[in-house]
Design a protein around this ligand. Structure first.
Ligand code: AMP
Ligand code: TRP
Length: 327
Protein backbone atom coordinates (compact mmCIF):
# COMPACT_ATOMS: atom_id res chain seq x y z
CA UNK A 1 0.00 0.00 0.00
CA UNK A 2 1.35 3.44 -0.82
CA UNK A 3 2.08 5.91 1.95
CA UNK A 4 -0.35 8.65 2.84
CA UNK A 5 0.75 12.17 2.01
CA UNK A 6 1.46 15.12 4.29
CA UNK A 7 1.89 18.70 3.14
CA UNK A 8 2.81 21.72 5.19
CA UNK A 9 4.55 25.05 4.89
CA UNK A 10 5.78 28.16 6.64
CA UNK A 11 6.14 31.76 5.52
CA UNK A 12 9.62 33.18 4.94
CA UNK A 13 8.88 36.25 7.01
CA UNK A 14 10.82 37.22 10.11
CA UNK A 15 12.74 34.86 12.32
CA UNK A 16 11.27 31.50 13.23
CA UNK A 17 10.64 30.91 16.92
CA UNK A 18 10.20 28.04 19.31
CA UNK A 19 6.42 28.06 18.68
CA UNK A 20 6.99 27.37 14.97
CA UNK A 21 9.44 24.63 15.89
CA UNK A 22 7.35 22.84 18.53
CA UNK A 23 3.98 23.46 16.86
CA UNK A 24 5.02 22.56 13.32
CA UNK A 25 8.58 21.69 12.27
CA UNK A 26 9.24 19.12 15.00
CA UNK A 27 6.16 17.18 13.89
CA UNK A 28 7.08 17.38 10.22
CA UNK A 29 10.40 15.76 11.03
CA UNK A 30 8.75 13.05 13.12
CA UNK A 31 6.18 12.29 10.39
CA UNK A 32 8.51 12.24 7.38
CA UNK A 33 9.34 8.51 7.68
CA UNK A 34 5.76 7.39 7.90
CA UNK A 35 4.33 9.72 5.23
CA UNK A 36 5.09 10.77 1.73
CA UNK A 37 6.09 14.31 2.73
CA UNK A 38 6.04 17.66 0.96
CA UNK A 39 7.21 20.84 2.69
CA UNK A 40 6.79 24.19 1.02
CA UNK A 41 8.33 27.60 1.64
CA UNK A 42 5.31 29.77 0.97
CA UNK A 43 6.94 32.91 -0.39
CA UNK A 44 3.80 34.02 -2.27
CA UNK A 45 1.95 34.07 1.04
CA UNK A 46 4.58 36.48 2.33
CA UNK A 47 3.38 39.11 -0.18
CA UNK A 48 0.09 39.45 1.71
CA UNK A 49 1.87 41.96 3.97
CA UNK A 50 4.49 44.51 2.83
CA UNK A 51 7.96 42.95 2.44
CA UNK A 52 11.34 44.39 1.63
CA UNK A 53 12.41 42.50 -1.55
CA UNK A 54 16.02 41.97 -0.44
CA UNK A 55 14.94 40.68 2.95
CA UNK A 56 12.31 38.40 1.42
CA UNK A 57 14.88 36.85 -0.90
CA UNK A 58 17.28 36.22 1.99
CA UNK A 59 14.57 34.92 4.35
CA UNK A 60 13.36 32.50 1.68
CA UNK A 61 16.75 30.79 1.39
CA UNK A 62 17.29 30.99 5.16
CA UNK A 63 14.01 29.17 5.71
CA UNK A 64 15.20 26.35 3.45
CA UNK A 65 18.22 26.03 5.76
CA UNK A 66 15.93 26.01 8.78
CA UNK A 67 13.96 23.10 7.31
CA UNK A 68 17.16 21.18 6.65
CA UNK A 69 18.78 21.94 10.01
CA UNK A 70 15.58 20.92 11.81
CA UNK A 71 16.04 17.47 10.29
CA UNK A 72 13.89 17.41 7.17
CA UNK A 73 15.75 15.00 4.96
CA UNK A 74 15.63 15.86 1.24
CA UNK A 75 16.14 12.20 0.38
CA UNK A 76 12.82 11.44 2.10
CA UNK A 77 10.80 14.64 1.70
CA UNK A 78 10.22 17.18 -1.05
CA UNK A 79 11.30 20.72 -0.08
CA UNK A 80 10.37 23.47 -2.54
CA UNK A 81 9.47 27.12 -3.07
CA UNK A 82 5.83 27.93 -3.72
CA UNK A 83 6.78 30.39 -6.48
CA UNK A 84 8.59 27.62 -8.39
CA UNK A 85 5.27 25.87 -9.06
CA UNK A 86 2.92 28.17 -11.02
CA UNK A 87 -0.01 25.80 -10.46
CA UNK A 88 -0.40 27.27 -6.93
CA UNK A 89 -1.34 30.67 -8.31
CA UNK A 90 -3.45 29.12 -11.07
CA UNK A 91 -5.53 26.90 -8.82
CA UNK A 92 -5.95 29.85 -6.46
CA UNK A 93 -7.80 31.72 -9.19
CA UNK A 94 -10.11 28.76 -9.76
CA UNK A 95 -10.87 28.35 -6.06
CA UNK A 96 -11.33 32.11 -5.56
CA UNK A 97 -14.17 31.81 -8.05
CA UNK A 98 -15.85 29.19 -5.84
CA UNK A 99 -15.15 30.75 -2.42
CA UNK A 100 -17.68 33.06 -0.78
CA UNK A 101 -16.96 36.50 0.70
CA UNK A 102 -18.77 35.43 3.84
CA UNK A 103 -16.61 32.40 4.49
CA UNK A 104 -13.41 34.41 4.08
CA UNK A 105 -14.74 37.23 6.25
CA UNK A 106 -15.08 34.74 9.08
CA UNK A 107 -11.35 33.92 9.16
CA UNK A 108 -10.03 35.11 12.51
CA UNK A 109 -6.44 35.43 11.27
CA UNK A 110 -7.59 37.93 8.63
CA UNK A 111 -9.34 39.96 11.30
CA UNK A 112 -6.20 39.87 13.47
CA UNK A 113 -3.80 40.76 10.68
CA UNK A 114 -6.08 43.50 9.31
CA UNK A 115 -5.96 44.98 12.81
CA UNK A 116 -9.60 45.93 12.67
CA UNK A 117 -9.23 48.08 9.54
CA UNK A 118 -10.65 45.84 6.80
CA UNK A 119 -11.19 48.81 4.44
CA UNK A 120 -7.44 49.24 4.15
CA UNK A 121 -6.48 45.55 4.30
CA UNK A 122 -5.01 44.05 1.12
CA UNK A 123 -7.19 41.83 -1.05
CA UNK A 124 -4.30 39.35 -0.99
CA UNK A 125 -4.48 39.19 2.80
CA UNK A 126 -8.21 38.56 2.52
CA UNK A 127 -7.80 35.75 -0.01
CA UNK A 128 -4.69 34.22 1.60
CA UNK A 129 -6.55 31.12 2.91
CA UNK A 130 -7.54 30.25 -0.67
CA UNK A 131 -3.88 30.21 -1.72
CA UNK A 132 -3.25 27.94 1.26
CA UNK A 133 -6.11 25.67 0.17
CA UNK A 134 -4.55 25.45 -3.30
CA UNK A 135 -1.18 24.50 -1.79
CA UNK A 136 -2.78 21.61 0.02
CA UNK A 137 -5.25 20.40 -2.61
CA UNK A 138 -2.78 20.33 -5.53
CA UNK A 139 -0.92 17.47 -3.85
CA UNK A 140 -3.94 15.30 -2.96
CA UNK A 141 -2.85 15.73 0.64
CA UNK A 142 -4.20 13.42 3.35
CA UNK A 143 -2.83 15.18 6.42
CA UNK A 144 -1.67 18.73 7.20
CA UNK A 145 0.49 19.13 10.32
CA UNK A 146 0.15 22.72 11.61
CA UNK A 147 -0.21 24.72 14.80
CA UNK A 148 -3.61 25.56 16.22
CA UNK A 149 -3.80 28.98 14.50
CA UNK A 150 -4.22 27.24 11.11
CA UNK A 151 -7.18 25.05 12.08
CA UNK A 152 -9.80 27.38 10.65
CA UNK A 153 -7.91 27.62 7.34
CA UNK A 154 -7.95 23.82 7.13
CA UNK A 155 -11.70 23.76 7.64
CA UNK A 156 -12.08 26.23 4.77
CA UNK A 157 -9.80 24.06 2.61
CA UNK A 158 -12.03 21.06 3.25
CA UNK A 159 -15.16 23.08 2.45
CA UNK A 160 -13.71 24.35 -0.84
CA UNK A 161 -12.61 20.85 -1.84
CA UNK A 162 -15.96 19.30 -0.98
CA UNK A 163 -17.81 22.00 -2.92
CA UNK A 164 -15.65 21.54 -6.01
CA UNK A 165 -15.96 17.74 -5.87
CA UNK A 166 -19.72 18.01 -5.49
CA UNK A 167 -20.16 20.48 -8.35
CA UNK A 168 -17.62 19.14 -10.85
CA UNK A 169 -16.88 15.55 -9.81
CA UNK A 170 -14.25 13.90 -7.61
CA UNK A 171 -11.06 15.95 -8.04
CA UNK A 172 -9.46 16.67 -4.67
CA UNK A 173 -8.61 14.49 -1.67
CA UNK A 174 -10.24 15.92 1.44
CA UNK A 175 -7.38 16.67 3.86
CA UNK A 176 -7.38 16.13 7.63
CA UNK A 177 -5.67 18.51 10.01
CA UNK A 178 -2.93 17.23 12.35
CA UNK A 179 -2.59 19.38 15.45
CA UNK A 180 -0.18 18.09 18.11
CA UNK A 181 -1.59 17.37 21.58
CA UNK A 182 1.09 19.53 23.20
CA UNK A 183 2.77 22.53 21.58
CA UNK A 184 0.08 23.54 19.10
CA UNK A 185 -0.23 26.93 20.76
CA UNK A 186 3.00 28.06 22.40
CA UNK A 187 2.29 31.32 24.18
CA UNK A 188 4.27 34.55 24.43
CA UNK A 189 6.68 34.54 27.38
CA UNK A 190 5.59 38.10 28.14
CA UNK A 191 1.84 37.76 27.68
CA UNK A 192 0.38 34.25 27.91
CA UNK A 193 -2.91 35.53 26.51
CA UNK A 194 -1.13 35.85 23.14
CA UNK A 195 0.61 33.24 21.02
CA UNK A 196 4.37 33.37 20.55
CA UNK A 197 4.64 35.25 17.29
CA UNK A 198 7.15 36.48 14.72
CA UNK A 199 5.50 39.88 14.64
CA UNK A 200 5.27 40.53 18.38
CA UNK A 201 6.63 44.03 19.05
CA UNK A 202 8.01 42.67 22.30
CA UNK A 203 10.98 40.48 21.29
CA UNK A 204 11.27 39.18 24.84
CA UNK A 205 8.05 37.23 24.28
CA UNK A 206 9.60 34.85 21.75
CA UNK A 207 12.60 32.54 21.78
CA UNK A 208 13.97 32.69 18.25
CA UNK A 209 15.68 29.66 16.80
CA UNK A 210 18.87 31.64 16.31
CA UNK A 211 18.94 33.15 19.80
CA UNK A 212 22.21 32.49 21.64
CA UNK A 213 22.40 30.79 25.03
CA UNK A 214 22.54 34.09 26.93
CA UNK A 215 19.50 35.53 25.18
CA UNK A 216 17.52 32.34 25.80
CA UNK A 217 18.44 32.26 29.50
CA UNK A 218 17.57 35.95 29.89
CA UNK A 219 14.20 35.66 28.16
CA UNK A 220 13.20 32.65 30.25
CA UNK A 221 14.36 34.37 33.45
CA UNK A 222 12.20 37.39 32.58
CA UNK A 223 9.18 35.31 31.48
CA UNK A 224 6.02 36.23 33.35
CA UNK A 225 4.62 33.70 35.79
CA UNK A 226 1.25 33.23 37.47
CA UNK A 227 0.30 33.67 41.07
CA UNK A 228 0.80 30.56 43.20
CA UNK A 229 4.01 28.57 43.51
CA UNK A 230 3.21 25.05 42.33
CA UNK A 231 4.73 23.97 39.02
CA UNK A 232 1.97 21.97 37.36
CA UNK A 233 -0.07 21.61 34.16
CA UNK A 234 -2.96 23.76 35.33
CA UNK A 235 -4.87 25.43 32.46
CA UNK A 236 -5.99 28.21 34.77
CA UNK A 237 -2.31 29.25 35.17
CA UNK A 238 -1.39 29.72 31.51
CA UNK A 239 2.11 31.16 32.01
CA UNK A 240 3.41 28.16 33.98
CA UNK A 241 1.43 25.75 31.81
CA UNK A 242 3.19 27.21 28.77
CA UNK A 243 6.69 27.04 30.29
CA UNK A 244 6.11 23.49 31.50
CA UNK A 245 4.82 22.48 28.06
CA UNK A 246 8.01 23.84 26.51
CA UNK A 247 10.02 21.87 29.08
CA UNK A 248 8.04 18.70 28.31
CA UNK A 249 8.54 19.02 24.55
CA UNK A 250 12.23 19.83 24.61
CA UNK A 251 13.09 17.07 27.10
CA UNK A 252 10.71 14.43 25.72
CA UNK A 253 9.54 13.65 29.30
CA UNK A 254 5.97 12.68 30.17
CA UNK A 255 3.71 15.20 31.95
CA UNK A 256 4.07 13.25 35.19
CA UNK A 257 7.87 13.15 34.96
CA UNK A 258 7.93 16.93 34.45
CA UNK A 259 5.69 17.56 37.44
CA UNK A 260 7.69 15.13 39.63
CA UNK A 261 10.94 16.78 38.55
CA UNK A 262 9.82 20.13 39.92
CA UNK A 263 7.89 19.02 43.00
CA UNK A 264 8.91 21.28 45.89
CA UNK A 265 11.14 23.46 43.69
CA UNK A 266 10.64 27.19 43.15
CA UNK A 267 10.21 29.26 39.98
CA UNK A 268 13.90 30.26 40.04
CA UNK A 269 15.17 26.72 39.79
CA UNK A 270 12.46 25.76 37.31
CA UNK A 271 13.44 28.59 34.99
CA UNK A 272 17.14 27.75 35.24
CA UNK A 273 16.51 24.08 34.33
CA UNK A 274 14.13 25.09 31.55
CA UNK A 275 16.70 27.48 30.07
CA UNK A 276 19.37 24.75 30.07
CA UNK A 277 16.97 22.30 28.44
CA UNK A 278 15.98 24.75 25.67
CA UNK A 279 19.61 25.70 24.99
CA UNK A 280 20.57 22.00 24.72
CA UNK A 281 17.56 21.28 22.52
CA UNK A 282 18.41 24.02 20.02
CA UNK A 283 22.16 23.36 20.03
CA UNK A 284 22.28 20.67 17.28
CA UNK A 285 19.92 22.73 15.12
CA UNK A 286 22.08 25.84 15.55
CA UNK A 287 25.26 23.90 14.79
CA UNK A 288 23.73 22.39 11.67
CA UNK A 289 22.30 25.51 10.12
CA UNK A 290 25.59 26.97 8.92
CA UNK A 291 26.58 23.72 7.23
CA UNK A 292 24.31 24.05 4.19
CA UNK A 293 26.03 26.08 1.49
CA UNK A 294 24.12 28.11 -1.09
CA UNK A 295 24.79 25.71 -3.95
CA UNK A 296 23.48 22.64 -2.14
CA UNK A 297 20.38 24.52 -0.95
CA UNK A 298 19.70 25.70 -4.52
CA UNK A 299 20.04 22.12 -5.81
CA UNK A 300 17.66 20.73 -3.17
CA UNK A 301 15.07 23.41 -4.03
CA UNK A 302 15.44 22.77 -7.74
CA UNK A 303 14.95 19.00 -7.33
CA UNK A 304 12.02 19.65 -5.00
CA UNK A 305 10.38 22.03 -7.47
CA UNK A 306 10.62 19.46 -10.25
CA UNK A 307 8.89 16.77 -8.19
CA UNK A 308 6.29 19.23 -6.91
CA UNK A 309 5.52 20.52 -10.42
CA UNK A 310 4.86 17.06 -11.77
CA UNK A 311 2.30 16.27 -9.03
CA UNK A 312 0.67 19.70 -9.04
CA UNK A 313 0.30 19.98 -12.80
CA UNK A 314 -1.66 16.71 -12.92
CA UNK A 315 -4.18 17.96 -10.36
CA UNK A 316 -4.50 21.34 -12.06
CA UNK A 317 -5.05 19.70 -15.47
CA UNK A 318 -7.79 17.53 -13.98
CA UNK A 319 -9.49 20.55 -12.36
CA UNK A 320 -9.28 22.57 -15.61
CA UNK A 321 -10.69 19.69 -17.65
CA UNK A 322 -13.61 19.31 -15.27
CA UNK A 323 -14.34 23.05 -15.49
CA UNK A 324 -14.27 23.09 -19.29
CA UNK A 325 -11.09 25.13 -19.51
CA UNK A 326 -9.41 24.22 -22.79
CA UNK A 327 -5.66 23.65 -22.39
P1 AMP B 1 4.07 30.81 10.06
O1 AMP B 1 5.32 31.25 10.69
O2 AMP B 1 2.92 31.69 10.43
O3 AMP B 1 4.20 30.53 8.61
O4 AMP B 1 3.74 29.43 10.76
C1 AMP B 1 4.38 28.22 10.48
C2 AMP B 1 3.80 27.13 11.35
O5 AMP B 1 4.08 27.38 12.75
C3 AMP B 1 2.28 26.97 11.25
O6 AMP B 1 1.97 25.59 11.22
C4 AMP B 1 1.77 27.59 12.52
O7 AMP B 1 0.54 27.04 12.94
C5 AMP B 1 2.88 27.26 13.50
N1 AMP B 1 2.93 28.21 14.62
C6 AMP B 1 3.11 29.56 14.53
N2 AMP B 1 3.10 30.13 15.76
C7 AMP B 1 2.91 29.12 16.65
C8 AMP B 1 2.83 29.05 18.09
N3 AMP B 1 2.94 30.14 18.86
N4 AMP B 1 2.64 27.84 18.67
C9 AMP B 1 2.55 26.73 17.90
N5 AMP B 1 2.62 26.72 16.55
C10 AMP B 1 2.80 27.89 15.93
N1 TRP C 1 -0.75 29.80 6.34
C1 TRP C 1 0.28 29.09 7.01
C2 TRP C 1 0.89 29.95 8.14
O1 TRP C 1 0.84 31.14 8.09
C3 TRP C 1 1.39 28.68 6.08
C4 TRP C 1 0.88 27.82 4.98
C5 TRP C 1 0.64 28.22 3.68
C6 TRP C 1 0.54 26.45 5.06
N2 TRP C 1 0.22 27.15 2.95
C7 TRP C 1 0.13 26.07 3.74
C8 TRP C 1 0.54 25.51 6.08
C9 TRP C 1 -0.31 24.77 3.45
C10 TRP C 1 0.10 24.22 5.77
C11 TRP C 1 -0.31 23.86 4.49
O2 TRP C 1 1.43 29.40 9.05
Amino acid sequence: MSKKRIFSGAQPTGRLHLGNYLGALKNWVELQDEYDSIFCIVNLHALTLPQDPKTLRKSTLDLARVYLAAGIDPSKAVIFLQSDVPAHAELTWVLLCTARMGELERMTQFKDKAKGNTERAGVGLFSYPVLMASDILLYQTNLVPVGHDQKQHLELTRDLAERFNRDFGETFTIPEVFIPKAGARIRSLQDPAKKMSKSDENEAGAIFLDDGADAIAKKIKRAVTDSGTEISFDESRPAIHNLLTIYQLVTGKSEQECVDNFAGKGYGQFKAELADAVIEYLRPFQEQIASFDDASVAKILQDGAEKARSIASETLADAYAKLGIVT
